[in-house]
Design a protein. Sequence first.
Length: 429
Amino acid sequence: METLDLTPIARVAGSVKLPGSKSISNRTLLLAALAGGTTRVRDLLDSDDVSHMLSALGLLGVKIEPLGGRDFLVHGAGGAFPVKNADLFLGNAGTAFRPLTAALALMHGQYRLSGVPRMHERPIGDLVDALREAGADIAYLGNEGYPPLAIAPAEVRAGKVIPVRGNVSSQFLTALLMALPLTGEAVTIEVVGELISKPYIEITLNLMARFGVKVEREGWQRFHVAGGQSYVSPGEIVVEGDASSASYFLAAGAIAGGPVRVEGVGAASIQGDVRFADALAAIGARVAYGDNWIEVSRGDADKLKAFDLDLNHIPDAAMTLAVAALFADGPCTLRNIESWRVKETDRLAAMAIELRKVGATVEEGQDYLTVTPPERLTGGAAIDTYDDHRMAMCFSLVALGGVPVTINDPKCVAKTFPDYFDVFATLAR
Ligand SMILES: O=C(O)C1=C[C@@H](OP(=O)(O)O)[C@@H](O)[C@H](O)C1
Ligand SMILES: C=C(OP(=O)(O)O)C(=O)O
């Protein structure tokens, strides 16, 4: 196994141009592929999750022309994919797997969707149940409730209330919202249970609106799409920088001096994870925003303030706070993060194990984590990353504590940020 030794970093400062947002890249590709007309997509993320979406759309007969750099021209298929029989491998990309499942259920074709072994342990039953309610024919090829899936031709009708559970992943609601308007019928989607990860639904609605489909919502409970709408290319979409990827650099600025500026997201962002910067401000960091940048430096105190926060709205950036807790002046509690258990790995368990390796005392609850920072970090820990890009990225912050740290299997960052460690190194001063 490959490993990466990080040497202690005394101070960080500088500026980082962020890679494109994963959530916006994969939604934009799918909507552009389904729309009428061509869409120029600029600054698309270059990573495994997006490669899986690109190759799937290619296999489905969508023409996507590279224009140089990270710009692409997507020739929209006007509501229906040309290819009616395909085997799609989607790695561990939730933002490809869930939305494609819903869209393909409507395509009157035969499709098989699979992923890496971990994807086959990530739940999809709530989405399949909702699609079956609308008439879809979807079978489980392995365990009930999990990928891989086989989709067969069926008449999917949206013209009634479709219930979907909202408390396991918001990606199920996102998938239904993006796909069901393709039926041309009016639809109401009703969320059962408390919806988690709400800001991701705002990304979905924002992009659907740019492609010409309006959704009316009653709080977070009911979503109405009027009939007769179809996706129409807006001409061009510029992908924002990834706000979750920004969190590692912003946390570094808060811990080890700064200023650290990220370019590509700011006050005008449509991504909920920009609110990670508010969390940093609340625990003592100095934070400034422009429309398209955020800058963070350490506050007056040497340490961050201990915190107790509900982080359900920013589940991905919350992992960065779990490691930042090592630099706080007391015990820190991260609440309402049960969805961590069904992501790239069981992140609650993995985080607890690895934080203990660097000396923290950790209490792991079913949906919370309390991290008590050690007096002094344990140097030279070898951090296991569980094939989870965010485990690898957030544990790089340990090097800011004056100790070396080894990251096992650092290449797992390829899921969303292949050159993360090179970019991180540019901030060392
Ligand atoms: O819709 C999206 O783009 C995402 C939604 C979130 O998942 P959950 O809704 O499962 O929490 C997030 O963790 C994931 O990285 C991306
Ligand atoms: C949960 C994540 O990914 P996915 O889109 O596969 O759900 C993530 O990137 O942290």
